[in-house]
Design a protein around this ligand. Structure first.
Ligand code: BTN
Length: 246
């Protein structure tokens, strides 16, 4: 992953760019990475925008061809990718890195980055997968509408080399991707849980406009969040529950 690296000065979104390449041109090698110094229409989860300051952060997309995965097992890929990113950042920051379900990267209570995976599906199989990763690295300040954001720079009080970090992340992801390919999804799940924000802690959540106390007990193989509340266990998808972080 990352052997075939294309760096763009500016693009709307590396995910959109890579998806268009894949559907319009001759096949690209698996592991191709498209990186941009600036993105003017970065996309996040749930139709959110993704903001980045030009030249300061990592915004890139990886092309994978996980043809060994059924569509129903796509959460295992989400887990492998978020774990790879979390491990690489954990090495850099010396700890405090968490994965906020399903695939946000946090440092303590602040968001360091996010992941947007877009799969191209054929029947029940995942044909190609565009893995978009956005991480705040050397950005010093964030606009007021992003009060929960942080960066490696804010954590370490110094700049970090973007290319070095990119290659670190790519090799961590590659190792986990190969593990997934080798059928070791259970091990990846265990490691994912060890990074999971709020696991077994009493926390506040909101669902259907109501705030309640509960404890995350794990995730299902389909990627639902399991929360124990008032003596029973419930499973939620992303649209059904919000994890309230102060
Ligand atoms: C999120 O937290 O909502 C996911 C953010 C994903 C952002 C990355 S930046 C590179 C790639 N291109 C995009 O347009 N989005 C992803």
């Amino acid at each position: 992953i990352g052997q075939n690296l294309v760096t763009l000065k500016e693009v709307d979104s590396t995910n959109t760019f890579l998806k268009n390449l894949v559907s319009n041109s001759k096949p690209l090698p698996e592991g191709t990475v498209i990186m941009a110094e600036d993105q003017y229409a970065g996309r996040g989860q749930q139709l959110n925008r993704w903001f980045t300051e030009a030249g300061k952060n990592l915004t890139f997309s990886i092309l994978l061809k996980p043809t060994f995965l059924l569509l129903n097992d796509q959460f295992a890929l989400t887990q492998a990718i978020s774990l790879g990113v979390a491990k690489a950042l954990s090495d850099v920051t010396g700890g405090g890195i968490k994965i906020k379900w399903p695939n946000d990267i946090y440092h303590n209570n602040r968001k360091l980055g996010g992941i947007l995976i877009e799969n191209m599906v054929q029947g029940t199989q995942i044909n190609q997968s565009v893995i978009g990763i956005g991480l705040n690295i050397n950005q010093q300040q964030f606009p007021e509408h992003l009060p929960h954001a942080t960066s490696v720079r804010q954590i370490l009080q110094k700049d970090y080399d973007l290319k070095a970090l990119l290659s670190e992340i790519c090799s961590q992801i590659e190792a986990l991707y190969l593990q997934l390919k080798a059928g070791k999804a259970d091990e990846i799940n265990a490691a994912y849980l060890s990074f999971l924000f709020g696991l077994n802690e009493t926390r506040n959540f909101r669902s259907n406009g109501e705030v309640f106390e509960g404890k995350i007990t794990g995730v299902t193989s389909r990627g639902l969040l399991k929360i124990a509340q008032a003596g029973a266990e419930h499973e939620y998808n992303l649209k059904e529950v919000e994890f309230l972080i102060d």
